[in-house]
Design a protein around this ligand. Sequence first.
Ligand code: NAP
Length: 319
Amino acid sequence: MTKPLVYVTRKLAREVIDELREVAAVEVWEEDRPCPREVFLQKAEQAEALLTMLTDRVDEELLTRAQNLKVVANMAVGYDNIDAEAAKKRGVTVTNTPDVLTEATADLTFALLMATARRITEANRFLLAGEWTSWSPNLLAGQNVYHSTLGIIGMGRIGEAVARRAQGFGMKILYHNRRPKPESEERVGAGYRQLDDLLRESDYVVMLTPLTPETRQMMGEREFSLMKPTAVFINVSRGGTVDEEALYRALAEKKIWAAGLDVFQKEPVPMDHPLLTLPNVVALPHIGSATYQTRLEMAKLAAANIRAVLEGKEPVTPV
Ligand code: NAP
């Protein structure tokens, strides 16, 4: 009997591919750049399973052509690159990789918050440019992190892990979800706020919702105008949750103090993007979950989801 085809859109650890080879024929896009659309579509036509990255678009066009497809295992917790409704209608299972990336992404979120508050990247550039000629009282002065107020929009798995880190800094923790979450309030001592109140009260506003039609451009001109002039905005969700032009204006006109961004509307972010011209922006290339250990766990979980579906079992982490 011929084995089903699994197409993997990026090179992954050998042990992950070997695991899949026990139950399937596996083909991998080996180059160190995203799989081109045409190749992806052609492989999808033959495959029963796709192991995808957030750069791969799984839409109506692909699903129409992929008649043998049973499962799309996304190697990310966010799955806004996949039309999950269209997949469901066709009986295609979609899975993601929650939990295994929570702590690493929370670490990065906190690192970005600290770097932005204390102007770490700016200070490093300043030193390397040979501009450090003397100590001075307000040289590269930033904002206090300890005992400040953190507002988390999207108190989910990662939001709560960020809140646990904030407890160590004695921060007051506020959050906004569509519904209050008493378990988080109990676990991390967070207080629920309507969005506008959270924006008014917080020194740090951290965006951690998924990208959905509801959260698209959730942070716009009106929202930034409610924030304190000393406040810092951090986005580790998806670029689409923020109106980048409004954010640029808020920063340039000093309506807010600084921003730390791991994600952008268009990725890789174009080098002439206005946000990159501002000294009070710390910009990162979407590295939230990028630790060796976490990326391996994500790949293993995606492979386990594929194996389960191909073996006729329940997937481990369906969306
Ligand atoms: P999660 O556990 O599902 O948490 C998401 C939270 O967002 C939930 O508590 C949800 O609460 C809230 N939410 C959803 N829609 C909302 C809305 N319209 N208004 C307010 N709150 C809303 O997900 P997670 O594992 O923490 O991951 C969160 C997101 O982080 C992912 O979807 C992904 O986009 C992003 N992420 C980025 C990176 C990176 O590398 N930068 C890495 C990992 C994850 P309610 O349902 O009660 O509203």
